[in-house]
Design a protein around this ligand. Structure first.
Ligand code: NAP
Length: 249
């Protein structure tokens, strides 16, 4: 496959300690980008930093809680000081705290909404100031098919990801005149730590809903993100790309 060239670009990827975030950070680096990576998990994000450096690209790891406004603002200042600019923002960090609504604790509602949705607001606000000045930028938010179709036991997660989709479309409209595109990806079931914890029974049930008949890999999502931040996608904004083996169509 033709490599999409991102040489000279600086990307910031959240939740890059593992799963989709790590696969995306590495693929952007392979495509030429310098990459700032952040995660709650210090050890994991520093391991990603090392792998990017080994690819010959500039990298720096930041241990940050993306739902914390102060930490996000400090990190963006540091990234701009370290890399001098941010061309690409991938809002990927996300969590689940599943339970039926009647048993869902207020704390689990608040936590999922903060980490999955408020973080996208905080990061986009802080980074867009620099993109607006540069009159150029690409933002990709990682939503989920669950934000489109809902799921039993995931009211908090579904609400957060539906929110990410609404936020993506609003920002796409606000920023279009500044040459900044904002898109979302909606993965289905992808093999990562997030889905590893599901029982075999639940995984088998999921497979029945996937026309292609197999779970996706983190790299399947990373490749679509790489396309969306490339010049090949310059005329695409406000879209939600489903990467789900046909689950939702
Ligand atoms: P993952 O393997 O659990 O990776 C998520 C990463 O985000 C972890 O390294 C995690 O760190 C980090 N993180 C969690 N809370 C954070 C916070 N407050 N601040 C900074 N980093 C934080 O999950 P994944 O499957 O790759 O998911 C990535 C994104 O894809 C999420 O937004 C998820 O909702 C979305 N998604 C995944 C699937 C799927 O099937 N896997 C499907 C649809 C959408 P810790 O390890 O310390 O928690």
């Amino acid at each position: 496959m033709r490599k999409i060239e991102l040489l000279g670009k600086t990307a910031l990827v959240t939740g890059a300690g593992g799963g989709i975030g790590k696969a995306t950070a590495l693929l952007l680096a392979e495509s030429g980008a310098d990459v700032a990576v952040c995660d709650l998990n210090k050890e994991a994000v520093e391991a990603t930093e090392k792998e990017i450096l080994a690819l010959g690209r500039k990298a720096r790891a930041y241990t940050v809680d993306v739902s914390n406004a102060e930490q996000v603002q400090d990190m963006i200042k540091d990234v701009v000081a370290d890399f001098s600019k941010i061309d690409i923002l991938i809002n990927n960090a996300g969590i689940t705290r599943d339970n039926l609504l009647m048993r869902m604790k207020d704390e689990d509602w608040d936590l999922v909404l903060s980490v999955n949705l408020k973080s996208v607001f905080l990061l986009s606000k802080a980074v867009s100031r620099h993109m607006i000045k540069a009159r150029s930028g690409k933002i990709v938010n990682v939503a989920s098919v669950i934000g489109v179709i809902g799921n039993t036991g995931q009211a908090n997660y579904a609400a957060s990801k539906a929110g990410v989709i609404g936020l993506t479309k609003s920002l796409a409209k606000e920023f279009a005149s500044r040459n900044i595109t904002v898109n979302a990806v909606a993965p289905g079931f992808i093999k990562t730590a997030m889905t590893d914890k599901l029982s075999e029974e639940v995984k088998n049930k999921m497979l029945e809903d996937i026309p292609l008949g197999f779970l996706g890999e983190a790299s399947d999502v990373a490749k679509v993100i790489r396309f969306l931040v490339s010049e090949d996608a310059r005329y695409i904004t406000g879209q939600v790309m489903h990467i789900d083996g046909g689950m939702v169509m």
